[in-house]
Design a binder for this molecule. Sequence first.
Ligand SMILES: NC(=O)C1=CN([C@@H]2O[C@H](COP(=O)(O)OP(=O)(O)OC[C@H]3O[C@@H](n4cnc5c(N)ncnc54)[C@H](OP(=O)(O)O)[C@@H]3O)[C@@H](O)[C@H]2O)C=CC1
Ligand SMILES: CC(C)CCC[C@@H](C)[C@H]1CC=C2C3=C(CC[C@@]21C)[C@@]1(C)CC[C@H](O)C(C)(C)[C@@H]1CC3
Length: 438
Amino acid sequence: MAPTQGPRAPLEFGGPLGAAALLLLLPATMFHLLLAARSGPARLLGPPASLPGLEVLWSPRALLLWLAWLGLQAALYLLPARKVAEGQELKDKSRLRYPINGFQALVLTALLVGLGMSAGLPLGALPEMLLPLAFVATLTAFIFSLFLYMKAQVAPVSALAPGGNSGNPIYDFFLGRELNPRICFFDFKYFCELRPGLIGWGVTACCLMVKAVQNLKLIAGVLINLALLMKEAELRGSPSLAMWLVNGFQLLYVGDALWHEEAVLTTMDITHDGFGFMLAFGDMAWVPFTYSLQAQFLLHHPQPLGLPMASVICLINATGYYIFRGANSQKNTFRKNPSDPRVAGLETISTATGRKLLVSGWWGMVRHPNYLGDLIMALAWSLPCGVSHLLPYFYLLYFTALLVHREARDERQCLQKYGLAWQEYCRRVPYRIMPYIY
Ligand SMILES: NC(=O)C1=CN([C@@H]2O[C@H](COP(=O)(O)OP(=O)(O)OC[C@H]3O[C@@H](n4cnc5c(N)ncnc54)[C@H](OP(=O)(O)O)[C@@H]3O)[C@@H](O)[C@H]2O)C=CC1
Ligand SMILES: CC(C)CCC[C@@H](C)[C@H]1CC=C2C3=C(CC[C@@]21C)[C@@]1(C)CC[C@H](O)C(C)(C)[C@@H]1CC3
């Protein structure tokens, strides 16, 4: 019998039925999007494209490539880190230690891919392999989540997450039982959150750009080859401006996440959520294969984009990034050291836990300024795809739903944690994400 914790946490995501539906719906949606992006009509809401046969989905080459990718990222994770950071305090008052070398892993991956390309690695073939790669990533996520579920059977009760331990196997498999599953120093959740999927997304974005360039008989690669790309582009043509913008914005987002890797230690995923199918599939399959949807769409449906509109879109992305980074950094600095001169002057509310809440600066504007910035960026990633199709706006729609739901979950947790102080914060900062609207 699985160990359970004291009082049961309220069920989320519609309980066991909702979790069972999501187990099927999430992979189905991902494959629908992958197929729709390459189809002529590119319809988001059209009838689902019929799934190709196993002979198209299953490819030993894709499996090998995927395992090599996971192996490479695991090896880079284990390299000496410039810093080892401590996570938030756990139930047993201990703190876990995490290597801060994600940006280093990104740069080394880019260098390795660049070197591989100059030695003839056909990176432009990757977009053709997206379906079999997504298939093996989904399979891996299922198998890995099963391993995580079994591993939690032998974990001490203090290592379990507040949710995900209802006793219902489907619900617990989906939500995740153990908070920070690890083997020695290797932390599975922290590794998956930022490495294989996020870096994979960045590389997928580059590959789609390479493919777009190859359509014009050009070869290019990541970072090292960027210079070659510019030169070649000068000589023979270039990817579309829309493709540049989408990939540029998304590379900035991926690079920023890895540069500020330590900040991930204070996010809900690490401090509150268990590690189960939702995050394993989300990190390894959903992020690289659906977050690159706009670039996939543009590869098959090039869109004209003029300079004035491109400038407006850049301004929207810059505004979103400014808010997103400013808010996340401000909270992270404050949580690490409230007397840091960058945050010491901000107004705060004291709580019974001894922790304080910011009520001025970014966190005095709305209760989730970081979500607002993220959503503005999401809009900027879709706009280069024009307005003729709804498909490239999927990310914006999904992300709005995800963040509204996430905000409600966080609100519940904060009310439980901070009680009256949280109610006072809500009174002083009445809007959740969008000032005067929501
Ligand atoms: N691209 C994607 O798919 C996704 C991106 N994100 C992004 O990840 C980032 C992190 O999001 P997430 O983990 O959901 O949540 P937050 O980083 O917003 O963390 C919420 C926590 O911050 C603390 N907090 C809340 N209000 C205050 C305040 N006024 N002063 C000080 N601390 C406060 C509370 O924790 P405590 O008090 O315990 O510190 C609260 O639980 C966001 O930028 C989000 O947009 C998130 C999900 C998906
Ligand atoms: C598909 C499911 C319904 C939900 C899966 C959700 C996950 C894909 C996301 C949950 C929180 C995430 C974060 C990021 C990526 C997406 C997931 C894993 C993040 C790493 C993106 C980059 C940001 O800068 C960040 C703040 C580090 C993000 C942290 C949360």
